[in-house]
Design a protein around this ligand. Structure first.
Ligand code: ATP
Ligand code: LTN
Length: 330
């Protein structure tokens, strides 16, 4: 039997999951789980690159696992685990950091943005964040990394690091490809459609766990423009274009169909219609996640088993790497 290709992806438990991470990443994870051999991680070690409240981080890590499953990821088919439970991530990250240039990391857009947002706490961890992400991916010899558009640069850096390592020694790592959806790769903030929707911006952001009335309120208040036409034009109508993208991603309709549907209607009809489509999309996820969270023993069994399986795979790569760089075998 032909070996299935491998997928790795992860999300930081630095806030509740958003509609952006669902449409940009998790939806694809669910779509790909049949065809690929998949590992989906809760990257808590990445989350501490900016300050976290420890009790919140612990709670959110568990909630995120419940939400992964509620989104449709089957724990039988996928390996789901918590990054800090598999120490090989940190171990490989150290080695890869010694094969990564300071200049490369300085060019990362996310580092530039986050160091502005957290100007009082620009840590070495925030700077070397992409090296840990490269370790996540390369440990499992992943072929594909399903992420939103904002992570493309990090996956490209991961490829550069892997290529350099393979060239310096011999073939060690599979070169991964980013897998970015055509629709929903970059959902924008409802409060400011020039910015990406992000967990850390509660006003512009829809959380998967938001109640229907909160979702409706956020969509009714979404910033648009002062025209009336519901038309896709990213340049001049970023707010409406973003809402159209969300509407299509939530309903499966094409942009043309959606434009035609609201052709003779103003924003007063369109915005609540987008809200309702999202309410229906996330309702089953919210309900199922709440149900799963009441069964902590079940969640624990999933992440424990996940870490064991992940660790066995990770170990193979790490041993090879240690040998190649010249460490004495234990
Ligand atoms: P933070 O605000 O802490 O940086 P975030 O909201 O940007 O977090 P991440 O944890 O960085 O979310 O991203 C999780 C996954 O979801 C990544 O694959 C990312 O590319 C994708 N993603 C995040 N936000 C969006 C968005 N607005 N549109 C599409 N994809 C997104
Ligand atoms: N940097 C990613 C999270 C992340 C990730 C990964 C994604 C950490 N390690 C490995 C894909 C593969 C982000 O969402 N901000």
């Amino acid at each position: 039997m032909e070996q299935k290709k491998r997928i790795f992806s992860g999300i930081q438990p630095s806030g509740d999951l958003t509609l952006g991470s669902y449409m940009g990443a998790i939806r694809n994870w669910v779509a790909l789980q049949e065809e690929y051999d998949c590992l989906y991680c809760i990257v808590d070690m990445h989350a501490i690159t900016v300050r976290q409240v420890p009790a919140d981080l612990r709670r959110r890590s568990l909630e995120q696992l419940a939400q992964y499953i509620a989104c449709g990821l089957d724990p039988e088919k996928n390996i789901m685990f918590i990054q800090s439970h598999v120490p090989q991530h940190a171990e490989l990250a150290w080695v890869l950091g010694c094969y990564t240039q300071f200049g490369e990391l300085s060019r990362m857009t996310q580092f530039k943005q986050k160091s502005q947002q957290h100007a009082d706490n620009i840590t070495a961890g925030l700077f070397t964040y992409p090296v840990l992400m490269a370790a996540d991916i390369l440990l499992y010899q992943a072929d594909l990394v399903p992420v939103g558009e904002d992570q493309k640069q990090h996956v490209e850096l991961c490829r550069d690091i892997a290529t350099r390592f393979n060239f310096s020694f011999s073939d060690t790592f599979t070169l991964p490809e980013p897998f970015i959806p055509k629709l929903g790769a970059r959902i924008m903030s409802l409060g400011n459609p020039e910015n990406k929707m992000s967990k850390s911006d509660p006003d512009g952001c829809v959380y998967l766990m938001d109640k229907p009335e909160d979702i409706m309120r956020k969509f009714k208040r979404a910033v648009t423009d002062c025209e009336t036409a519901v038309r896709f034009d990213r340049e001049n109508k970023p707010g409406i274009s973003n809402l159209l993208t969300i509407y299509c991603a939530a309903t499966g309709k094409t942009l043309e169909d959606a434009e035609a549907e609201f052709k003779d209607q103003g924003y007063g009809v369109f915005k609540p219609a987008v809200g309702e489509a999202v309410v229906e999309l996330v309702r089953p996820i919210r309900e199922e996640a709440a149900r799963l969270l009441s069964d902590k023993a079940y969640l624990e069994s999933i992440y424990k088993q996940g870490a064991e399986r992940a660790s066995a795979l990770a170990n193979k790569t790490l041993r090879k790497v240690y040998k190649k760089v010249g460490f004495v075998a234990r």
